[in-house]
Design a protein. Structure first.
Length: 687
């Protein structure tokens, strides 16, 4: 159990695949000290990221919201006045009731994402929505392209146990900057390197901190990994690395794929990716001859207009060689589907009406501006409740998003821990608790533990949990569901029991429950997630989403990305910053001190041609917007590629316009999402 008496068990709630098991130093019933990773958890293994180790800075931050607020200034300003919870909730309920009366219940759009990953506090807004027949949400902003990309081939959102990385001889971190975004992966990589002399390969368009530690860094042009994957497969077939027996048993159209790949040579891919033929041949040979090769697929490659097709192309690799058959071999994108949780009570699935319209959260800009592509003949969005997300900063096509939020006829309630850029557009702001101040249940995509995170300190001032807001508003608006009459712990206990999982008391005593399927299942040796059990090289894309019919039938370089052109000669990546988590932690002194300011990484040769020096002010632009920031000369990327590590609040940019002013809100195939790393821009020096 816990190693020191003053350490209390918890779980990191942030939007990170690691979902660390934590041990929190509780100083008194209102104060915490440092946070540590739980040593007894086989995935966390005593490690947490630095930003959460310093969580006292965030939970005890002087700018935490302490009371409900009513806006007194212009939308987007920071002029608010404190009001009581009752006044605030009455006002929100009145606005929702009025919108419903005027336009129908679909004009109310509860909007949320994963600022907390706790299943009760995050997903309870779904129960609130369904009970009141409000518009539904396509929850696409992060997984819109990754999920269909993985599902298209494997048929199930599961993969190899990440702890098996320790038994691999080759680990490929493909478009995940794990040092920054899921540090625990690096502990398991370290075990393999130390114990077995495993090689680490990183595939990423810039030399990020993870690539710096790699044995081989493949640095392709953004959005070109489909070509790289095809050329690798070409070599695997050509040089006898294909496992014919495995292919016949476990895959759909191996012969058709082999014929299709004949023209996808390393020379062809070199021209598209900017890699050399030798790099491609070298990596393909290494991969082909290493049975215990583990591909950890991150999100980066999917955040392009061709992202789902690319995700699928890379997921084909272990099936060619049959690497799935070996311990430490195969691939993992997520294990989010291994948890046998009955979500009916938490999400109110029993009162969901599928005929109610669904709006894509990634298209919040067009939606709020009444784009007919989104709202068709339906009513405008007239009122919103926003929890656990900061769309005025994180959503694509920011100028459109801000224009939408500035609408005088839109009522917005934001429930937040801080006065974010989004909260500044709210009519009513409600103060939220942090994970240390409320109870919740957590699953994880990056490992296999179901965990309980119980409240360990008193809520700050008048801050209240999301669940309180769902219940209080439902009661005022006449929304009915047993979940609104239960506490968080009662919902957790009932859910665990309904799911046939260990109950609350057991989970509390044991802290976590490992849901990892056995080796056979995790390696798809009992078949992939399709009726015939075969991995699909040739997916049924139309079944994955309404734009699926546009996609290439077989793995390929799908040339639908926003290409650089004469007017926009650079490709921009907006990859995550190490000390932030999306926009969370952009308020903590420790993170701000390390990240300093929004920075443009630009190749020294490009900088020279544009008269840009180290530390110069620069402006990036395209037809959607402009942002102003500071240049850093950096040779760890191809010429013509730029990186701005994000996501900084908008006010940190010299012109107050955030990085997502440059990104587009057009829907990637097959099912929507956002192409955050697929942006063509021009660059100029600021005078
Ligand atoms: N410190 C920190 N941790 C985080 C986050 C954060 O903002 N900061 N965000 C959290 C969230 S919400 C998520 S979804 C995960 C995401 O974490 P990751 O899985 O790591 O995915 P991305 O953030 O999209 O980007 C990862 C890498 O992909 C690269 N990339 C971009 N385009 C391409 C491409 O075309 N090909 C290849 N091969 N690589 C490409 C980027 O340069 C970046 O280095 O991290 C979570 N953890
Ligand atoms: N340019 C660019 N844009 C991106 C990305 C990128 O790589 N580049 N990444 C995208 C990705 S992958 C994602 S997932 C999104 C994420 O974007 P968001 O989901 O908006 O994530 P955060 O910015 O961290 O905002 C989460 C908010 O939830 C609040 N919060 C935390 N816990 C609670 C709680 O219990 N209750 C309430 N009421 N509030 C809480 C936090 O204070 C924080 O302000 O951003 C996307 N945007
Ligand atoms: S943000 Fe990720 S790495 Fe950091 S403590 Fe939370 S789950 Fe662990
Ligand atoms: Mo995400």
């Amino acid at each position: 159990m816990l190693s020191k008496p003053d350490l209390v068990a918890s779980v990191c709630p942030h939007d990170c695949p690691s979902t660390c098991a934590l041990e929190v130093e509780r100083l008194d019933d209102r104060t915490i000290g440092r946070i540590h990773g739980a040593k007894g958890n086989s995935y966390t293994d005593g490690v947490v990221c630095a930003k959460v180790a310093r969580y006292a800075e965030r939970v005890h931050h002087p700018e935490r919201l302490t009371t409900p607020l009513r806006r007194t200034g212009a939308k987007g300003s920071d002029e608010f006045t404190p009001i009581s919870w009752d006044e605030a909730l009455d006002e929100v309920a009145a606005a929702f009731a009025q919108a419903t009366e005027q336009y129908g219940s679909e004009s109310v759009w509860p909007y949320f994402y994963a600022g907390t990953m706790g299943l009760v506090q995050r997903d309870g807004i779904e129960r609130f929505r369904h009970a009141l027949r409000y518009s539904r949400q396509t929850t696409s902003i992060c997984v819109g392209t990754t999920q269909p990309g993985w599902l298209a081939g494997a048929g199930r959102l599961t993969g190899v146990d990440p702890r098996e990385m320790a038994e691999s001889d080759l680990i490929v971190l493909w478009s995940t900057n794990a040092v920054a975004t899921q540090i625990n992966v690096m502990s398991h990589v370290a075990k393999a390197r130390k114990g077995r002399g495993a090689k680490l390969v990183v595939v990423d368009p810039y030399r990020n901190p993870t690539a710096e530690t790699a044995d081989i860094h493949l640095c392709p042009r953004p959005g070109s990994d489909g070509a790289l994957a095809c050329a690798i497969m070409h070599v695997l077939f050509r040089d006898g690395f294909a496992d014919r027996e495995y292919l016949a048993k476990y895959t759909d159209v191996p012969d058709e794929l082999e014929a299709h790949l004949e023209t996808r040579t390393p020379e062809w891919a070199a021209a598209i990716t900017g890699l050399s033929v030798d790099e491609i041949e070298g990596f393909a040979t290494l991969y082909g001859r290493t049975e215990r090769a583990f591909i950890r697929l991150g999100y980066g490659l999917s955040r392009h207009r061709n992202g789902a097709a690319t995700m699928h192309a890379v997921s084909c690799l272990p099936a060619i060689c049959g690497h799935w058959r070996h311990r430490g071999g195969g691939a993992l994108y997520t294990n989010s589907a291994i948890y046998p949780i009955d979500r009916t009570l938490m999400q109110g699935l029993d009162v969901r009406d599928r005929s109610i319209r669904t709006l894509d959260m990634s298209r919040i800009g067009p939606v709020l501006n009444g784009d007919p592509e989104d709202i068709g003949e339906g009513p405008p969005v007239a009122a919103m409740l926003i929890q656990n997300t900061n769309p005025v900063v994180v959503a694509p096509d920011q100028n459109l998003v801000r224009q939408g939020f500035a609408r005088e006829d839109l009522f917005v309630c934001v429930h937040e821990q801080f006065l974010t850029d989004t909260a500044r557009y709210a009519d009513i702001v409600l103060p939220a608790t942090t994970f240390l101040e409320h109870d919740d249940l957590y699953q994880s995509g990056g490992h296999s533990h179901l965990q309980l995170g119980a409240r360990i300190i008193e809520p700050l001032a008048e801050s209240r949990p999301n669940h309180f807001v769902h219940c209080a508003l439902a009661h005022r608006l006449g929304g009915e569901h047993p979940g609104f009459e239960m506490s968080e712990l009662e919902i957790i206990d009932a859910t665990l029991k309904a799911s046939g999982l260990p109950d609350l008391a057991t989970l509390k005593a044991e802290r976590w429950h490992d849901c990892m399927p056995d080796f056979e299942q995790a390696h798809f040796l009992d078949g992939f997630g399709w009726p015939d059990g075969k991995f699909r090289f040739k997916p049924d894309w139309p079944a994955q989403g309404r734009l699926g019919h546009l996609m290439p039938e077989l793995p390929d370089h799908w040339a639908v990305i926003e290409e650089a052109d004469a007017e926009h000669p650079f490709k921009l990546l907006t990859s995550p910053a190490r000390n932030f988590l999306n926009t969370s932690f952009t308020e903590t002194p420790g993170s701000l001190q390390r990240e300093r300011q929004p920075t443009l990484r630009i190749h020294p040769d490009d900088a020279r041609e544009l008269n840009i020096g180290e530390g110069s002010g620069v402006r990036l632009g395209n037809r959607r917007g402009r942002v102003e920031l500071t240049a850093m000369l950096f040779d760890g990327l191809q010429r013509g590629v730029l990186v701005v590590e994000s996501i900084w609040p908008n006010r940190h940019f010299k012109n107050g316009s955030g990085i997502n002013s440059l990104t587009g809100a057009d829907s990637p195939a097959p099912a929507g999402g956002a192409a955050f790393h697929d942006v063509a821009v021009w660059v100029e020096a600021l005078e």
